[in-house]
Design a protein around this ligand. Structure first.
Ligand code: ZN
Length: 142
C-alpha cells in the first residue's frame, strides 16, 4: 500500500452513530454488511432506521460478497481538506454491488491509475485502516 492509500491522523473519519454502529463494527472485522429489510427483503445503503422502499422498520444485517461493478466515478484533483493534500489525485467511485440491481455505495478506488478507471469494471472490497483504528471500506479492480 503506497502512501496515497493511507490516511493521515488528521484525515476526517467516520463516527459510528445513528444506527450505523454495526456497519462500522463489521468493517473493523473486514466484512461488508448492509441492512436488509425483513418485509421487502431489499438491501439498503446507507444504514437507516426504516426501509426507503416499503417503510418497514425491521431489518437484519447481512454479509455481502464485496463484489460489484463501477457505476460511475470522478477523479478528485483538488484537496478539499488539508489532510487530503497527499492523497490527490484519487478516485471516488459509485459501486453497484452484485447482490441487488441498483444497490450502490460511494467509496474510493485504490491501487488504480486515474487513467485506467472505466464504467462497469468489476471491483472487490478491501479495507484500509485510519490512524484512529477504524477500518474503512475501499475497492480495488478485481
Ligand atoms: Zn422494505
Amino acid at each position: 500500500m503506497d502512501k496515497k492509500e493511507r490516511y493521515s491522523a488528521t484525515f476526517p473519519y467516520p463516527i459510528p452513530e445513528y444506527g450505523a454502529e454495526s456497519y462500522w463494527d463489521a468493517c473493523n472485522e473486514q466484512r461488508l454488511m448492509m441492512q436488509r429489510c425483513e418485509q421487502c427483503v431489499r438491501f439498503r445503503w446507507h444504514p437507516s432506521p426504516r426501509c426507503g422502499d416499503c417503510g418497514c422498520e425491521r431489518y437484519s444485517w447481512e454479509l455481502l460478497s464485496g463484489r460489484g461493478r463501477i457505476n460511475t466515478w470522478t477523479v478528485v484533483t483538488h484537496p478539499v481538506h488539508p489532510a487530503a493534500v497527499e492523497k490527490v489525485p484519487y478516485i471516488v467511485v459509485v459501486i453497484e454491488l452484485e447482490e441487488q440491481v441498483g444497490l450502490t455505495m460511494v467509496s474510493n478506488l485504490i491501487d488504480c491509475d486515474v487513467n485506467c478507471v472505466d464504467f462497469n469494471q468489476p471491483v472487490e472490497v478491501d479495507f484500509v485502516t485510519h490512524p484512529i483504528g477504524q477500518k474503512i471500506p475501499v475497492f480495488r479492480l478485481a
